[in-house]
Design a protein around this ligand. Structure first.
Ligand code: BGC
Length: 440
């Protein structure tokens, strides 16, 4: 009797004669504890929701940005599983996503940017996020352009992550200081300093012959040689008139004239390698979306120390934008709560600040923490917040038009760029003819 009693009386463990029972009691306690812990872990695991996210981000900064999101999701018991399809600007990822959809093997979440959001929403493929958007007051907190982009049919169907500025001219500060140069604000200045650099044996402009990277440069030239309305006539409306306009011709000539400042021979280096040229001082300038800034920072090269941002000549008052977004695909009710949680967290102010600092983009919010942004992002945010008149949708990054039109236009630009015997006016005529066949 007494012995039994001791088992349930912990103070008995201090009495010598109670030792054998005390040991049993301790063993009992340890096992009970382990059992409880295992039960807790199993319950937690049962609640943890694994979510596959298809995206194309593989560079150092892109991976860090993803890790900042997935780390936040882990706190909410969401296991973020990357399904990465490496391809700068997401060309391969779009194809894989389509084939996985057709095979009935859609991921829970996918990166899907631009005009295609509206096409997929039309087909009923995207989950509507009305409850998250209304509880998070997205309509008020997001930039109107972002809000419009993500709710093409009156229902929010995408989660905006950040806004990149495409018309960014990066320059290597060490080289600029050495040759006493200031960032060029027009093409005459650009030509003058590019010649000076060339004479000193430095490649003025980092570049790749990858089509999307050339298109990224070219669209900034169209804006530079015209204005936001003309740009939209060409790349959003695909007006054949715009393609034969002298302003479009000037952009083509400018592209050709920049060739001599690029690395020779020009190869299909990745955008990471193109950015590396600027970082290593193998080139003095780079025109690229500001994901390149995120990348430079992730390599330990600080903004306004190793490099700075300027605008592509004559585009300082514009924001040629590219907005990164995630969409949620229908995987049944069980996935839905995790998908909604991801949507809610991704747009929350703290996550927006942290994620965009790493990615190089700016928050999609009207009231972000401006003091936590570097000079490039502050300028980008200030210009974007001036509104629709100065916001210009990127062709190369899917903001301006559908995939078929984008690819058809870029193919012509590539043809022109790689063959110097093709004339500007013939290329313009071909583009005008092609534009008549494109979806409007
Ligand atoms: C995306 C960026 C990405 C870049 C390079 C762009 O289209 O919007 O987020 O970093 O491509 O892959």
């Amino acid at each position: 009797m007494q012995k039994e009693k001791k088992i349930f009386l912990p103070y008995a463990e201090f009495a010598d004669e109670a030792q054998p029972d005390t040991q049993k009691y301790l063993v009992y306690l340890v096992y009970t504890g382990l059992f409880l812990l295992a039960t807790l872990l199993l319950t937690a695991n049962a609640q943890a929701q694994t979510v596959q996210v298809l995206h194309w981000w593989t560079s150092t900064s892109e991976e860090k940005a993803i890790a900042s999101l997935s780390g936040r999701m882990a706190q909410e018991n969401i296991v973020w599983k990357n399904a990465v399809i490496p391809s700068g600007s997401g060309i391969g990822a779009g194809i894989v996503l389509k084939s996985r959809m057709l095979a009935g093997d859609a991921p829970e979440v996918a990166q899907l940017n631009g005009v295609i959001i509206s096409e997929w929403a039309d087909l009923g493929l995207l989950q509507e996020l009305d409850p998250v958007a209304s509880s998070g007051k997205w309509e008020k907190s997001l930039f109107p352009t972002v809000w419009r982009l993500i709710q093409p049919k009156g229902h929010p169907v995408a989660v905006p992550l950040g806004i990149h500025r495409i018309n960014t001219l990066f320059y290597n500060r060490k080289i600029f200081a050495k040759f006493d140069l200031s960032p060029p604000s027009n093409w005459d200045e650009f030509d003058a300093l590019a010649k000076k650099l060339q004479q000193a044996g430095i490649t003025p402009l980092a570049q790749s012959s990858e089509p999307w990277q050339l298109a990224t440069l070219f669209e900034t030239l169209v804006l530079s040689e015209s204005d936001a309305n003309f740009y939209r006539d060409a790349f959003v409306k695909k007006s054949s008139q715009a393609f034969v306009d002298p302003r479009f011709g000037r952009a083509l000539s400018r592209l050709r004239s920049l060739k001599k400042y690029m690395p020779a021979p020009l190869t299909e280096r990745t955008w990471i390698a193109t950015t590396r040229m600027l970082a290593d001082g193998d080139a003095a300038m780079l025109v690229m979306g500001d994901w390149a800034k995120g990348e430079l920072n992730s390599w330990g090269i600080a903004t306004d120390i190793g490099f700075s941002c300027a605008a592509v000549p004559n585009t300082a008052n514009y924001h040629l934008y590219d907005i990164d977004t995630l969409v949620m695909l229908d995987k049944g009710a069980a996935a839905r709560s995790a998908q909604e949680k991801i949507a809610q967290i991704a747009v929350s102010p703290a996550v927006q600040t942290e994620y965009n600092q790493i990615k190089g983009s700016i928050p999609v919010l009207r009231n972000p923490e401006l003091n936590k942004m570097d000079s490039c992002s502050q300028t980008s945010w200030k210009i974007f917040s001036r509104g629709g008149a100065v916001q210009v949708p990127s062709l190369a990054h899917r903001m301006a038009t559908d995939e078929i039109s984008k690819d058809a236009i870029i193919a012509e630009i590539m043809r022109f760029f790689s063959n110097d015997s093709l004339s500007v006016s013939d290329t313009q005529k071909r583009l005008a003819a092609i534009s008549r066949t494109l979806p409007k």
